[in-house]
Design a protein around this ligand. Sequence first.
Ligand code: OAD
Length: 235
Amino acid sequence: MKLPDLCSFENIVIFTGAGMSAESGVPTYRGAGGIWSEYRYQEYACQQAFDLDPEKVWKFHELRRRMVHQCQPNAGHVLVAEMQASLEQISLITQNIDGLHQRAGSDSVTELHGSLWRVRCEQEKKVSDALDVNMPSLKCECGAWLRPDITWFGDSVDIFTMELATTLAAQCDMFISIGTSGVVFPAANLPIVAKNHGAFLIEINTEATEASHLHDLELRGKASDVLAKIWNSAC
Ligand code: OAD
């Protein structure tokens, strides 16, 4: 099959989900072995759970931080970073909170769902980096609990981040979804926005998703393999 040449597009959005990090050993959220089949998000990933038992919620997130810390960016992350460095028309939007795109060298990443590597004090409305895998304190200097700077279930996506992502999707002429089930909104609106504005949509995924029908080209396979094929046939 002839793959579209990335270099013939003016604005490209790469939109990644948990499948992008699967080859690094980070579990996805849904399906067999998915995080939400092992942990009920109602107990670990929503503000109500945090208000009820912050230590329990933090234990889950500290476990995730330690696990992700041990994982390395995979060939797919490295390719995305290489593509961004070579083609200035590429923007990267991720739903992932693992920071692996940045560790692979992507320096401009729109993180829709926040990051495991930042914390937030709700009392002071202050966001800070928390890059050290062993958190020195789970409490802010003001005495309030810090919470992970992540979009939990029931939270709104940061309005400025969503606005930026929506603008990028509306302005692009190619939109590449990689490793996302396309069921979590408002993130799942982005391919719809891109399509409504006339972009060409590619889906890279090991299996069909609920958003597959939106895409002009469905490429089945692992993110790193399919990305390598696309990149090798560019320019
Ligand atoms: P999901 O777990 O819902 O979907 C992962 C997708 O990746 C599935 O469609 C898999 O088929 C696909 N996949 C698995 N391995 C792959 C590989 N090696 N190459 C390509 N595709 C692969 O993850 P997301 O769609 O990212 O929210 O989930 C969206 C949001 O739901 C997440 O950001 C998270 C979660 O609740 C927050 O953390 C706030």
